[in-house]
Design a binder for this molecule. Structure first.
Ligand SMILES: [Zn+2]
Length: 252
């Protein structure tokens, strides 16, 4: 047995068992939907907490999102260790997902993307704010994680548990955390909610940039209006567009 094989044997966590087939189907759809909607390109990823164990999550091997199939999905523990990677390479930023799942028991899906529309709001003093009702989930603010504050000069990637933990701390109880000079992490209590939020966050950022370019005063959604939207059921849990997005993404 090689040294690597010994390490793998010692470190590999036990599986929580086979996930719900619907979870797998929705997670594969999520990768494709986010690629088709222009939120993910060749980079970025989405994950889901395992339905059988709170300390396990599922995400793809390192692969462009639009190519992901059920066979590419791998189970991980909250230290970012794969149960069985079968020798395949992993996303270096899986610690974003692992540490958010550890910090937020309410979160069952996480999206990490580098949507260009969001980058300006992480690198300027202009806060990302809700322009319309579809973005009510950011009515209580969008924190910005600056990796430099805790880790100095880095390659900008959240590539270990410490960096993931720091990111999760800045996220706090919010739905979204911008990552300065990098991208964003978006969370949800279901896969459709995390995906829907990611799509409408991108649209909201584009609309906000358009409004800022027009000049003049901008009337943002009031935090109370946003809260009333959330209390009424955020965008009806995205059920209607999810059905459409999934059908388009999976050809069903
Ligand atoms: Zn990234």
């Amino acid at each position: 047995m090689s040294v690597n094989a010994v390490l793998t044997a010692q470190q590999a966590p036990a599986s929580a068992g086979a996930p719900d087939p619907m979870l797998i189907e929705d997670l594969v759809a999520a990768y494709r939907i986010l690629a088709q909607q222009g939120v993910l390109d060749g980079f970025g990823h989405v994950s889901a907490r395992h339905n059988r164990a709170a300390n396990r999550f599922i995400m793809s091997r390192s692969l462009a999102p639009e190519l992901v199939t059920a066979n590419d999905l791998i189970e991980f523990d909250l230290d970012g260790n794969p149960v069985d990677a079968k020798g395949r390479s992993l996303y270096s930023e899986r610690f974003i997902h692992a540490e958010i799942y550890r910090a937020r028991p309410d979160v069952r899906s996480v999206v990490h993307n580098h949507a260009p529309s969001l980058i300006p709001f992480g690198v300027t003093t202009v806060p990302l704010r809700p322009m319309y009702h579809m973005a009510s989930f950011i009515g209580n603010g969008v924190p910005v994680f600056d990796i430099r504050k805790s880790f100095g000069m880095t390659d900008m990637l959240v590539s270990d548990s410490k960096k993931g933990h720091a990111l999760a701390e800045v996220l706090g109880q919010k739905a979204v955390v911008l990552m300065r000079g990098h991208g964003v992490a978006v969370v949800g209590s279901t896969i459709p909610i995390a995906v829907g939020r990611s799509i409408y966050l991108d649209i909201n950022a584009k609309v906000q940039a358009q409004a800022l370019a027009l000049g003049g005063n901008i009337t943002y959604l009031d935090p109370q209006e946003a809260q009333k939207m959330m209390d009424a059921g955020e965008n009806r849990s995205y059920e209607r567009p999810w059905e459409l997005w999934k059908a388009k993404a999976t050809g069903k």
